[in-house]
Design a protein around this ligand. Structure first.
Ligand code: ARG
Length: 461
């Protein structure tokens, strides 16, 4: 057991207690950011004449050599150490001797871990954002190719009015676009440097916190030292954003599962993104979509877990906060992986355009437009609604779609119908007449796609 704090103890920590307390198994992934932060801290200590330049140089060389040995597998981060910070410090002292003992001057593990977690999370936010941008451009590609692909739009999972595949995908573009904006917002708010807060009350050393903040790419140092070591809001915000992303992915997956089903056959998931059954030879299952939908639960779980962990913690640092890591890391990995795999699935999926279009032709998706036709001929909408209701009933009884009825049959329900009705309730008219901003018409969607392209350009690095 290699500890940083043995001095005031007369007995060794119990082994099980040590293991319970340790975080090395999961915080070892902070090694890069831990060393990055320590290098800037050492530079600042030397600049402020708190340590010598020679000590600073040997600290920086030592830290770099630890990192490259870890990367090459020359040394392993083992359970012998309590956490990643102890691992680095113990190794540093082993390598460079007394200079290594000066690195922790004016610093506590409380502000150190606050810094590490922020640096790590900040990078991950950018990763999520760039994965979302790739997904958005894939969605926009599908939109560009399917401006004229008619399909039924649904409410209550019942056919409602005809739309296009481009319009349907455009709805998801908006969701993931808001996700990108949310991440941008979160990034800005979290981008302040907690190092220099010490254990909780700052330090008596003349630290230059502005220097550290600037050199680590932060906007500024955090404003209050007690808040600096006890704030995990940025993680909670990010986990909420990740939960919303999963909710979006999960809804999309649910639709793909339905549309991929034998009954719908609107889409066919590519073989490379499907799996088979061990017993039923005919099966090709949408497991990836189901798993993404399923993994939504663990991401929500991480958010609930951290919210609950934080709710009763008095100022400032408390060990409860170590619980911010495992589930957050799991959520980060899960969401990034899900976005990536989902993008691949969308990029390779096949759309059965004829099946979609045929489906849009029946199920009375043009009933609203038939009512609107009568309104245009002078009938009040409520009356038209009732007439078309009777017409639909007639169609159901005779197993026909509205456009399949003869003019005579139409007139038997209402004599305001004329030959021009067929044009007015065609699939194309139903879609193309919806020209208001946000609608499915070619004109509206073309505008939307251009704006999407602009958004993607603005947010791609
Ligand atoms: N492993 C700890 C954590 O993740 C590091 C900070 C320890 N600080 C302390 N006062 N025990 O929160």
């Amino acid at each position: 057991m290699a500890q940083l704090w043995g001095g005031r103890f007369t007995k060794e920590t119990d082994k099980e207690v040590y293991a319970f307390n340790a975080s090395i198994n999961f915080d070892k992934r902070l090694i890069d950011v831990d060393i990055k932060g320590s290098i800037v801290h050492a530079k600042m200590l030397a600049k402020q004449n708190i340590i010598s330049d020679a000590d600073k140089d040997s600290i920086i060389n030592g830290l770099n050599s630890i990192l490259s040995d870890v990367k090459s597998g020359n040394i392993l981060i083992t359970e012998e150490y309590e956490d990643v910070h102890s691992f680095v410090e113990a190794n540093l002292i082993e390598r460079i001797g007394d200079a290594g003992k000066k690195l922790h001057t004016g610093r506590s593990r409380n502000d150190q871990v606050a810094l590490d977690m922020r640096l790590y999370t900040r990078d991950t936010v950018l990763k999520t954002k760039s994965l979302l941008i790739t997904l958005l451009s894939e969605i926009n590609n599908v939109m560009k190719e399917n401006i004229d692909t008619y399909m039924p739009g649904f409410t209550h999972l019942q056919k409602a009015q005809p739309v296009t595949l481009a319009h349907h995908f455009g709805a998801y573009f908006e969701m993931f676009k808001r996700d990108v904006l949310r991440l941008t917002d979160i990034y800005e708010r979290m981008n302040y440097c907690p190092l220099g807060a010490g254990a909780l009350a700052g330090t008596t050393y003349p630290l230059d916190r502005e220097f550290v903040a600037e050199n680590l790419g932060f906007l500024a140092p955090t404003a209050n030292s007690m808040d600096s070591v006890s704030d995990r809001d940025y993680l909670i915000e990010y986990l909420s954003a990740l939960s919303i992303i999963m909710m979006h992915l999960s809804r999309f997956c649910e639709e793909i599962i339905i549309f991929n089903s034998n009954e719908y056959r609107f889409v066919e998931i590519d073989d490379t993104f499907s799996t088979g059954s061990s017993i039923m030879p005919q099966k090709k299952n949408p497991d990836i979509a189901e798993l993404i939908r399923g993994k939504t639960g663990r991401v929500y779980g991480a958010l609930m877990s951290l919210l609950t962990t934080m709710k009763g913690i008095p100022l400032a640092y408390n060990k409860d906060m170590q619980e911010d890591k495992e589930l957050s890391f799991d959520a980060f990995d899960t969401v990034n992986n899900c976005i990536h795999l989902f993008t691949g699935m969308i990029a390779t999926i096949k759309f059965n355009k004829e099946v979609m279009e045929k489906s849009a032709m029946n199920g009375f998706t043009n009933a609203t437009d038939a009512a609107d036709y009568l309104v245009k001929k002078g009938m009040p909408f409520r009356d038209a609604h009732a007439v078309i209701g009777r017409l639909v009933l007639y169609c159901i009884e005779n197993n026909k779609a509205i456009h399949e009825l003869k003019l005579l049959e139409l007139k038997s329900i209402c004599d305001m119908f004329d030959m021009d009705v067929y044009d007015e309730i065609s699939l194309e008219t139903c879609v193309e007449k919806r020209i208001t901003t946000g609608g499915p018409s070619r004109m509206a969607i073309t505008n939307e796609i251009a704006k999407n392209d602009e958004f993607i350009n603005n947010y791609s690095e």
